[in-house]
Design a protein around this ligand. Structure first.
Ligand code: SAH
Length: 262
């Protein structure tokens, strides 16, 4: 099994969880960007119901709760991430407003038209951008918002190496224009899109990993799967440094229209 041919989906989940549970975020992002995205969302009150889907350990959840009113139900597939999120909420005295639920984004525990806002940073790719936009829409009130980040091509063409990497990892990666068109088709008014700045990858995603890699490798010395995981993640960081003009994450913010796809 050569590293070049792996995608992140092929690694042992318990190893991935342990590695990523030890850092603040499990995907690119930053407090600054979460706050910026929130500025486009106008309808929130103390009664608002927000879902944070694929919340991980809650890096963005705490920022959301500190900068928006309402209660936040956080969804993640992995119990260890929800455990950390719950502790994080407690540490920030936000336990009354943040609830963690271990379940899949394919099987959300919400009522039809219950939510004012659906948030999902670096996670909708797990269900697919298009499928997520369609399936989650029913849980939003008319006039409610969805705000997600998604891997996006910045150019129409790109070098073969990075094209192959992403098409293996996530073939739904596409340009901003195509993603916005999908959002419109799925029954949302595309309110805003903006590119996540580089520090969301370098400072907030790759740098914290560099800090934990030596201890992780020491603990799993001789474990091939652990070594290959770290090699893969280092490769991901190298590719970003090399090809960052060609791709990145983009925030897509949409408002549920009355006349939609249902
Ligand atoms: N929002 C966090 C985590 C992003 S990583 C951040 O930006 O830091 C993607 C997250 O999606 C992980 O926490 C992973 O456990 C979760 N995930 C993957 N598949 C999922 C599924 N089917 N349902 C719910 N969560 C899922």
């Amino acid at each position: 099994m050569s590293n070049e041919n792996n995608t992140i989906h092929e690694f042992d989940f318990s190893l991935i969880c342990e590695y990523f549970a030890s850092i603040e975020r499990q995907g690119p992002g930053s407090p600054h960007v979460t706050i910026k995205a929130l500025e486009f969302i106008g309808n929130l009150t103390d009664e608002s119901k927000i879902a944070d889907i694929g919340c991980g350990t809650g890096g963005q959840t705490i920022v959301l709760a500190q900068n928006a009113p309402g209660s936040i139900t956080c969804i993640d597939l992995f119990p260890d991430f929800i455990k950390k999120l719950t502790q994080n909420a407690l540490d920030n005295n936000l336990q009354g407003r943040i609830t963690g639920v271990v379940t899949s984004m394919e099987n959300l525990p919400f009522q039809v038209e219950e939510l004012d806002l659906i948030w999902s940073e670096g996670a909708i790719y797990n269900i697919g951008f298009e499928r997520g936009l369609y399936e989650w829409r029913k849980f939003l009130k008319t006039g409610g918002y969805i705000a997600v980040t998604e891997a996006t091509w910045f150019t129409e063409k790109r070098p073969a190496e990075i094209d192959k990497f992403w098409n293996d990892a996530y073939p739904e990666i596409d340009t901003v224009a195509n993603k916005v068109a999908l959002m419109q088709k799925a029954g949302y008014l595309p309110v805003a899109t903006f590119m996540l700045p580089e520090d969301c990858w370098t400072e907030h995603f790759f740098k914290p990993q560099i800090a934990v890699q030596p201890a992780f490798l020491k603990k799993y010395e001789g474990n091939k799967a652990a070594e290959e995981l770290v090699t893969y993640l280092k490769h991901e960081a190298d590719l970003y440094a090399k090809y960052k003009e060609y791709y990145g994450y983009v925030f897509y913010i949409g408002k549920k229209l009355k006349a939609g796809n249902d």
